[in-house]
Structures are given as C-alpha cells and as structure tokens.
Design a protein around this ligand. Sequence first.
Ligand code: AHG
Ligand code: MN
Ligand code: MN
Length: 360
Amino acid sequence: MPLTNRSTLTQFLIEERRRFPEASGDFNALILDVALACKAIARAVAFGELGGVMGNHAVEQGGSVNVQGETQKKLDVLSNDVFIRRTEWAGNLAGMASEEMDLPYQVPGQYPRGKYLLVFDPLDGSSNIDVNVSVGSIFSVLRGPDTGRDVLEADFLQPGLQQVAAGYALYGPTTMLVLTVGDGVNGFTLDPNFGEFMLTHPKMQIPKETQEFAINASNSRFWEAPVKRYVDECLAGKTGPRAKDFNMRWIASMVAEAHRILMRGGVFLYPRDTKDLSKPGRLRLLYEANPIGLIMEQAGGRASTGHQPMLEVQPTSLHQRIGLVFGSKSEVERIERYHAEPVKTEQDNPLFAERSLFRV
Ligand code: AHG
Ligand code: MN
Ligand code: MN
C-alpha cells in the first residue's frame, strides 16, 4: 500500500484542536475511543453468522426486550457493551445514555469521571442485520455536570443545538465514520490495511436539489395531512405540482438513509402519525434525531419535526420519540411550510380533490 497524503482521524482531530489552544485533549481522546468502538462493531458485523452474533439476544442471558419494548438483537447488546468498555475508563465522561439502557449509565467507581456525556444508538437499523443490509452506530456528545457526581436523566435533556459533537459510523460495503464538531461535516473511510479512519470526504455538503424521498409508505393511512400532501405531490411526478419525477427509497436503516442523503441529496421522513398515539414518532430524539440533525445542518441541510427545527426542541425524557424530517434544505422547508399552512389547503390540493371523487 503506497503512502497516502490523506489525514488520519487522529491527525484531523489534533489539527482541529490547534484552533483551541486551551483545549485539554479530553474531547479528542473521547472521539478516538468512540472510533475504536466503531471499528470493533464493524468487525463483529462483518463476521456475521461466522461470529455467532446473529439473531435475538437470549432471554436467559439477561432479557431480550429493551426499554423501547423492542426485541434486542445479540448485536444490539454487544455493540452497547463495546461502546461502554471502550469509553468508560479514560476519565473523559461524566456518564452515558443509550437506546439499550433504561437508565443513565454511571462511570464505575474505579475510573475517574470527566466533563462530557456520551449518548448513543449502538446499532441503528438492527432489524436489518440478519439480512446483511447496512447498519450503523449514532452518537452525540454533550457537556455534563463535571463535578464527579452521578449523572441524572435531567443532565441529558439538552436541546440538540448544545451538542458538542455528533457522528455516525456506517457498516456498509466500506466502514465510514462521519463526524461534526460544529465546524462542518467530515467523512472518514476505514482503511482495512492500517485499521485507521482516513479523511476521504472533507467538508461534506448536501446537494441542494433533490428528486429522492424516503418514507415508510406502509404507514400512509396514519399520516397527517401535510405529509400526505407532500408525498402525493412527489408521486404525481412531472405532471403534478412539482413538475418533476421523484424516486422513493426505504432501507429501514436511518443511518444508511442519512448517509445517502448526505452524498446525493434527498429527504427522509419518519413523521409523527396516528398509528399509536402513545408514540409521537418512531425515532428517538436524543440519540437519533439530534445527532443526525446536527450533521444535516452542518452539511447545509435541515432537520425538523415538521413544526419546529429539531435542534431547538427541549427534550423531556431520555428515550423520547419524535417526528423527524431531514435532508436537503428546500425540501425540509417545503414540508415545514405545509405543516404551517391551515389544514384547508388539503381541500385545495387537486390530488385530494381527485381522491374525494371516490369518497362519495
Ligand atoms: P433501531 O434499529 O436503532 O431500533 O432503529 C431502527 C429505526 C431506523 O433505523 C429506521 O429508519 C426505522 O427504525 C425503521 O422503521 P420501520 O420498521 O418502520 O421501517
Ligand atoms: Mn436506531
Ligand atoms: Mn439501535
């Protein structure tokens, strides 16, 4: 393998840090530990059935349903453990929270405590692992109490704008780490020869124009009017109000959809719907919507609930779910406009009018 001029993740972080001479290095150390966790998870995912890590987490090994009421996969549990073990020891963390843990995780007594909070979805899209589709890990870094005390749920309830950093790893044909430290978005590809993340996608920007949308259309009967309107207008294609044809995609791995949208534009919707009124959306605010939201905004895109910018939402609980729309800015703004307009626009929309023919 010839020498390359590309930066490693370590070099990138050190060079970024030079802009902040007072920085302690704790943050960089934390990100490098997270990156190592992601490399370990990438290997576990890549071994698949050979590694004996496919399938559901056995009840006799500690239960198989997480706080979300979802069946945990073996790899959900393993990935959660990897995140904890790789990051808890170093003295950078005040505490952690994860999709797979009901309560905040306290750094054990034998380790020093630090000033950051790490919030993560250790394996996103895990329903896809058994069918060999891309999955990923999502993480968010917040400031913590920095007093050495145990962390409380309230410490984590910070709006997304307060994130110090956010990122995801994607375990696809190549393993990538996409990171923002609040100064744009940079993408790194894992070089399997060196075991290093190399900067391959500097200053990522979401393309402005798009003709692709992603939504689970099987929920369409539960959608609210503004979402129905948006999707109907896309489906109407060239002869509809948008005057262009759209493509639809649904991987059911949000992290893979986010990556596609970063690379070639598009919009993703998992909106609030009426399917189960106890769940105001499918995806989780603190470890899915906020980190992906910050990445989108830092790449020139936008993230929203439909009603409000995602990053301004004041969280009310650790595992709170929320309606999520993200991607190319103009599409997200259009969807926000549809939410803001009075509902009567539904009747004005020729598509709904046409459909009403069938209702009578
Ligand atoms: P997780 O695997 O962490 O529970 O998250 C799965 C999420 C997300 O990745 C994806 O977009 C969505 O669930 C899939 O939802 P559907 O089952 O409705 O397709
Ligand atoms: Mn997830
Ligand atoms: Mn998950």
